[in-house]
Design a protein around this ligand. Sequence first.
Ligand SMILES: *Cc1c(COP(=O)(O)O)cnc(C)c1O
Length: 393
Amino acid sequence: MLAVRIINFSDKMTKKNIYVTQPYLPPLEEFIPYLEQIWESKFLTNGGPFHEQLERALCKFLGVEHIALFTNGTIALVTALQALRITGEVITTPYSFVATSHSLLWNGIKPVFVDVDPNTLNLDPEKIEAAITPQTTAIMPVHCYGHPCDVNAIQKIADNYNLKVIYDAAHAFGVQDAQGSILRYGDLSVLSFHATKVFNTFEGGAIVCPDAKTKTRIDQLKNFGHVGEVTVVAPGINGKMSEFNAALGLLQLKHLDKALTKRKEIDAAYRDRLKGVKGIRCLDEAGEKVSNYSYFPILVEPDYPISRDELNQQFKDSGIYPRRYFYPLISNYPMYRGLPSAHKENLPEATIAAQRVLCLPIYPDLDLSVVDEISCFIASRTTKPVCFAEDAK
Ligand SMILES: *Cc1c(COP(=O)(O)O)cnc(C)c1O
């Protein structure tokens, strides 16, 4: 039985590498009618019919009031900070994709890094207060891997110190807590629809905002600051989503439930297979009621026989490419490491996480047999390696 699986697996390996993710694409023929409509109408961008439909469809799907679509998540982050006129210092997490902090630098804002909670790998609310100075104007947390931040604790601090909260919710599409969408919290939440995300429009992003007035302001900022034909009210940017991307988004939405179900199965399979493997910890949920299973991070603890990096290398040698999200920490990149808050001593938990986390492949088209083999490979490092044909010889 095992031998059969071994042969199948190595067979697969010779044909095709397995990456941490693979973008979900709907059947091409289903997209053609959308393209025909675009060619017919000649409406390519600037808030065309598909753009309008996608905004409405996403509000409904996500359970939010207002959404402004963007060309990508990073421009949306930059614009969110502009919309709220954030200046000075912003408290943020070093444990994220680098775009989180880059959006601050693009606004001339100084990032102040605060450590993460070792259980959720999200910004630790207990450490935020000590980092606040008279220059602090906002907090920018990340719902890392789609696990919700401690939104109530963060809001309480923000209220006490009159700070804005902008969530980088790039991982949190569709995530809900007991009350509803996680995107309702804070002043603004920013989504990414990049190819690697749970919901993709090739490239794309959005800002979820609480009221129509803020959405109007954001819509102006993403269109050069134009209000009317001859009025420009701010040095806005070109952040508009095109009709091509919006149309694709509408089609992707039709397939999303199916894709999420597949992700859920894979998540459950990994958890089941890795249960009880010494030295491997699967990151738990953080109070979400509906997950999006966007990532499958494991922590390779010190009692595992080999290091995270050795395990990663062995996978690569076998044609499997997990990712060390997020290594290095943002605070270790050259444009950040001179900041006082970037010191390792200030960020012990984030530093440990960056050394231990490995994100395993998870995407709707990933075969459960491959999940089995990946899990078996991890488990077998603690005993006798038997999962790959070469090992079995
Ligand atoms: C993907 C991502 C972004 C950037 O989004 P783009 O759409 O690629 O610009 C920002 N923050 C986090 C946490 C991300 O994962």
